[in-house]
Design a protein around this ligand. Structure first.
Ligand code: NAX
Length: 328
């Protein structure tokens, strides 16, 4: 067996982490022969809950789990990690404006970016789940630069991809495992564009002549529908998506592509420069480097959707940077 890798999960006392921890500890992300050390970060007010989570992890007796390090200290949490799932964030409270929520989260991710630069290796792979995920990832990468390169930061749109793939499978009465190349473009928000026009089933093109407005709307509103029904936000599906995202980043994708929020350099599909934009990506298994899939055709409907979500990301960036004025 290889030596253990250090995996940080923030927001470790929260509900997504509660579903994510067992998936990681069981070997479903990094492999069945890969021991892991789990570092679990939450805020001091949650340390008793975190103690309970640690007890349960111990009681699971995971064979691959080398060590558990619960902490409320960022310097301890980010020390020499190989992978970070940044799940923890400030939830929206009643009466809170979107701007206030963004400002509160930007502070968290600026601080964690600094901690990454101070304590982690330049190879660390960082997946941001906490919302607003794309802009949090952007801010985190700016505060971790130049030590940690921007390509090491990604934001999660895999839940949206999984939701769309499941809808495609149900509609065409095929197995979801056989559905590939569903794309989420842009921001993990209601402006995202779920695009099924390139979807294939076992390599065969599915009969989408045009975009599917019902499916687009269903995926865009799925998070709200889960909250309305469950009185809690998506957690099991979010954890599975975070695991899928990191699994493919760590192990590679093969020829089909997956959606990842990655740094846009302004040269792909008209997306603005310097935002974390969700694109179709492949990952090389050897280098663990993602690459944007180029050359897909976009019709006017799709171009317009990409413009809208890109604009929203530019606006979020402006607000986020003004909330960190003087700190960069
Ligand atoms: P919970 O409120 O259950 O848990 C969040 C945890 O983060 C709490 O324990 C809190 O104390 C902790 N936390 C807050 N500030 C922290 C800090 N500075 N350092 C470490 N921990 C901190 O939320 P949960 O349902 O787990 O959701 C977590 C985040 O994921 C939210 O921002 C949520 O909006 C986001 N989501 C993102 C999704 C995506 O597709 N990108 C989908 C699911 C989810 O909505």
């Amino acid at each position: 067996m290889s030596s253990s890798i250090k995996v940080l999960i923030t927001g470790a006392a929260g509900q997504i982490a509660y579903s994510l921890i067992p998936i990681v500890a069981r070997g479903d992300v990094f492999g069945k022969n890969q021991p892991v050390t789990l570092i679990l970060l939450d805020i001091p007010q949650m340390s008793t809950v975190l103690d309970g989570v640690v007890m349960e992890i111990m009681d699971c007796a995971f064979p691959l789990l080398h060590e558990i390090i619960p902490t409320t200290d960022e310097a301890t949490a980010f020390k020499d990690i190989d992978v970070a799932f940044l799940v923890g964030s400030m939830p929206r409270r009643e009466g809170m404006e979107r701007k206030d929520l963004l400002a509160a989260n930007v502070k968290i991710f600026a601080s964690q970016g600094k901690a990454l630069a101070a304590h982690s290796s330049p190879d660390v792979k960082v997946l941001v789940v906490g919302n607003p995920a794309n802009t949090n990832a952007l801010i985190c990468s700016k505060f971790a630069a130049p030590k940690i390169p921007p390509e090491n930061f990604t934001a999660m749109t895999r839940l949206d991809q999984n939701r769309a793939s499941a809808q495609v499978a149900a509609k065409h009465k095929v197995a979801v495992k056989d559905v590939q190349n569903v794309i989420i473009w842009g921001n993990h928000s209601s402006t995202q564009f779920p695009d099924v026009s390139n979807a294939v089933c076992n390599g065969t093109k599915l009969p989408f002549t045009k975009h599917d407005p019902d499916m687009i709307s269903l995926v865009q509103k799925r998070g709200a529908a889960v909250i309305a029904a469950r009185k809690l936000s998506s957690a099991m599906s979010a954890a599975k998506a975070a695991a899928d995202h990191m699994h493919d980043w760590w192990n590679g994708t093969g020829s089909s592509y997956v959606s990842m929020g990655v740094m846009s350099d302004g040269t792909h599909y008209g997306a603005p420069k310097d935002v974390i934009f969700s694109f179709p990506c492949t990952v090389c298994p050897k280098s663990k480097q993602w690459k944007i899939v180029d050359g897909l055709a976009l019709d006017d409907f799709a171009k317009d959707k990409l413009r809208i979500t890109g604009q929203e990301l530019e606006e979020e960036r402006k607000e986020a940077l003004s909330a960190t004025t003087g700190q960069l």
